[in-house]
Write a protein that binds this ligand. Sequence first.
Ligand SMILES: N[C@@H](CCC(=O)N[C@@H](CS)C(=O)NCC(=O)O)C(=O)O
Length: 385
Amino acid sequence: MHRCLKAYPLFFAVSPNAFAFTLQPFLSSHSSFKQSAPVLLSSLNMATNLETDKKGTYKRNAAKHRHCIQKGSEFPPEADRYHIHISLACPWADGVLAMLYLKGLDHIISHSVVHPTWGKTSPDPEDTHFGWVYKKPGDDPVSNPLGHGSFKCDESLLPDEFTNVASVRELYNQCGDNSGPYTTPTVYDKKTKQIVCNESTEILKMLNFEFEDFAQNKINFYPEELMEDLHQLNDAVVYPKVNNGVYRCGFAKSQEAYDIAVEEIFVALDQLELRLSKQRYLGGSMFTWLDLRLFMTMVRFDPVYITYFKTNAKRLVDYPNLLGFVRDVYSMPSVKKSINLDHIKTHYFTSHPHLNTFGIIPVYDGPDLDLPHGRENVGTEERTN
Ligand SMILES: N[C@@H](CCC(=O)N[C@@H](CS)C(=O)NCC(=O)O)C(=O)O
């Protein structure tokens, strides 16, 4: 198996979503496309990653586009050939953007940034899909899918100047994928006009390993000696209980499904807190891809998840080591550059009207991440004493 491919837990949707209430007439003049008749909220989720099974348990769809960029393959590593579609709000896409900066690859791999609020992706009034849309800085503000609120088009929006698509869905449709989900991150090949990959775990590996001829920072975030341990920790704890665990809480549609997910998150966070009390990073003294994945969830935890996804048994600020860890990772310029708290809060609180009908964004921004992390010597004390 190529190293960009790795068996990791993938969840398939087993039943369609069943939201049973009707959207208010969708008439907002802020929206990209006007709609003249009420639309069913159920249809919002036809092609999204928000589906649950019969027990109300959230099931993430497996990513469908799984090609590898690799020397000698159909998709060789080349400068100015690949483009990545990014949402700064999405933890999976944001991790990929941070990796692009960490490796120093942003001069040869372009990227675009969608608006944080999901918008209507088709002019057809019958088609009620909402998803990632492109806007330009200074465009008219957009509303949530029900037409509530007014969410600005800020300076960090970056349209895709190669395809000029109006939405991520349009890109997928151009590439022959008409069923979605139309997710970020998505790596697109400008030469063959195909989607290469839309699975963040694999994109991270490609960026780490396959572009060494171009990388301005030749740091390996997948150290061989930690490979097995980190994958085990990811598969058992970080991905299912934390990264995806917050979504399993937030999108649960039964008390039982929520209760299981929320308990698992806090058992996992207790374990990670203990681990990080003894070592600076998850694998020891080296910062790796798994730290980036954990960071991307924890940086969203207090500003969003404790409220929006109801993961409120404890906050990040109640875990001194996890909090220090988040500040430590945030202090890396390449990581900090990838974080946009405004996009993070705006996306979650405005894109799923079944969770937050009026798109009100709460005030709390989480802890100050610019404070000193104080973790330089964690794990080294024994040796120095
Ligand atoms: N397997 C994907 C998951 C990506 C994913 O679910 N992205 C979300 C945003 S955080 C998305 O684009 N959702 C759009 C939708 O559900 O329509 C990965 O890790 O790359």
